[in-house]
Design a protein around this ligand. Structure first.
Ligand code: AHR
Length: 508
């Protein structure tokens, strides 16, 4: 580890030290708020029951959106929402989801349990939701089973002031166009999105994006469907052939044990499984670095963003639930994965311009779980809440000194994990003690002799790493005020309980 940290701040002699490298700040770098993005797919109860219950529902709602979830997401300051998939996107035909809900055709959701999709949540419902949340919409276009004309007209329907598609939109009750910035041209085009080769996809991408026009002053940020995990060839070929036609390329990386057989329980696991999970989660960092290095070959000025538009934990579904609906619980272990992943993204702001955790409600590593009229906030939700001050801030490079633990499959995990940023004269430091058993005394070295002022903080921890919130115990794992930080000359001393995540904000 970086024992060199002591060189910069000799007054601090703690085994676990975070040194703020204020001298290395690049004021041009920004943690894009979009790094805190969400993903909503027509999958299980993500949309239906999770976000949308319809205006006639007895569940309290605003124009069909459930009030409890709306409020929870407003409190998270969601910057961007990706929709309608995922794999669903490449079988979605947007015309089925406009007009009076009763007249909309149904379809089989072939990817996700064969559930009948009634299309009652469509384009107008999604864009109105984004307006209610004050977030950017991110549309994932159908390339696999759609047509160029269909995608081109969808963009026109959403963004044009005049013309045939604008007239159709107006007939459906929306006079003025919406804004659409983020446009994905296909999803997982190497797999459920069409099983393309990267060479063929590159040509198809170039063709599709040509006809996605910018109407009425709307500016598109066009995103090519990128690689999964370790598929560096995909990035290389798509970048080589299509880089001049894109603003971003995506990457999907799940913290998952494997794609065949059991993925393990979300709630029943050993300490060894826990540390393995963190090792796998942290491997996203070298994966990002390798994809970014390939991008550098074709885009040395770093104009193109790498968008991790699907990430998070993927466990077995909860017993008794539909295997195609990907409903999983969410423990303090998932919260750790969220914190460590966000830390990685904040270290790579030169390339990582957006990420979208999968998914916002009731699917995979979600923010909220709903059952009937009840909702619980997951431990992952609280991490996103704690990290809000980092949105739009300038990242502060760190040196971290700590103990490293070897974990299964030849990986290793540092026991202290951290990220820091500066905004509006305030510094925010987020610390995770991932050790299951040991409290840590952490020194945050400020890099000079000043004493921090106005320290405030909050903490997320649990009695046991497998604790989670459920409908009968919704507040088992919640955010609490933290008072374990003391300012000293040149540093802040923090008592960090085992398996805890703390965010501190202060001035120097
Ligand atoms: O998030 C669930 C699924 O995972 C998405 O639909 C797909 O893109 C990915 O394989």
């Amino acid at each position: 580890m970086l024992l060199a940290a002591g060189l910069f701040c000799p007054v601090v002699a703690s085994a676990d030290t975070v040194t703020l490298r204020m001298d290395q700040i690049n004021p041009e770098e920004v943690i894009m708020p979009e790094i805190y993005g969400q993903f909503a797919e027509h999958l299980g109860a993500c949309i239906y029951g999770g976000l949308w219950v319809g205006p006639e529902s007895p569940i309290p709602n605003t124009q069909g959106y459930r009030n409890d979830v709306l409020q929870a997401l407003r409190d998270l300051k969601v910057p961007v929402m990706r929709w309608p998939g995922g794999c669903f996107a490449d079988e979605y035909h947007w015309r089925d989801g406009i007009g009076p809900a009763k007249d909309r055709p149904t379809q089989v959701n072939n990817n996700w349990g064969g559930t009948i999709e009634d299309n009652s949540f469509g384009t107008n419902e999604f864009f109105n939701l984004c307006e209610l949340l004050g977030c950017e919409p991110y549309l994932s276009g159908n390339v696999g089973s759609g047509s160029v004309e269909e995608l081109a007209q969808w963009v026109e329907y959403i963004t044009a002031e005049d013309g045939p598609m604008a007239r159709l939109r107006k007939e459906n009750g929306r006079e003025k166009p919406w804004k659409l910035k983020y446009l994905g041209v296909g999803n997982e085009s190497w797999g459920c999105g069409g099983n393309f080769t990267p060479e063929y996809y590159s040509d198809v991408y170039r063709r599709y994006q040509t006809y996605c026009r910018e109407f009425s002053g709307n500016k598109l940020y066009k995103i090519a469907s990128g690689a999964s995990d370790y598929d560096y060839d995909w990035t290389d070929i798509v970048m080589k052939k299509a880089h001049s036609h894109m603003h971003g390329i995506s990457l999907h990386y799940y913290t998952v044990t494997g794609w065949n057989g059991s993925k393990g329980s979300a709630t029943v696991f050993t300490p060894e499984d826990y540390y393995w999970t963190l090792g796998k989660c942290l491997e996203i960092e070298p994966v990002i670095e390798k994809h970014a290095a390939i991008m550098d070959k074709y885009d040395e000025k770093k104009r193109i963003g790498l968008l991790v538009d699907e990430w998070g934990t993927w466990w077995d579904v909860e017993p008794g639930t539909n295997p195609g609906h990907l409903y999983q619980q969410n423990t303090m272990r998932d919260a750790m994965v969220a914190a460590l992943s966000l830390n990685v993204f904040q270290r790579h702001t030169d390339r990582v311009k957006m990420t979208n955790i999968a998914q916002v409600a009731n699917v995979l590593q979600s923010m909220v779980l709903t059952r009937g009229d009840k909702m619980v906030l997951t431990p992952t939700y609280y991490v996103f809440k704690m990290y809000i001050p980092h949105q739009g801030a300038i990242p502060i490079p760190l040196d971290v000194t700590t103990v490293r633990k070897d974990v299964r499959d030849g990986r290793s995990v540092d026991m202290l994990q951290a990220t820091a940023s500066r905004k509006d004269g305030k510094i925010t430091v987020s610390l995770s003690n991932v050790d299951l058993d040991k409290e840590m005394e952490v020194a945050i070295a400020l890099g000079n002799e000043s004493k921090a002022k106005n320290i405030s903080g909050n903490i997320l921890t649990a009695g046991s790493i497998d604790d989670y919130n459920d409908f009968d115990k919704p507040e088992k794992v919640t955010l609490k005020p933290f008072s374990g930080a003391k300012a000293a000359k040149g540093s802040i001393k923090v008592k960090l309980p085992a398996k805890s995540i703390v965010t501190l904000t202060f001035e120097i």
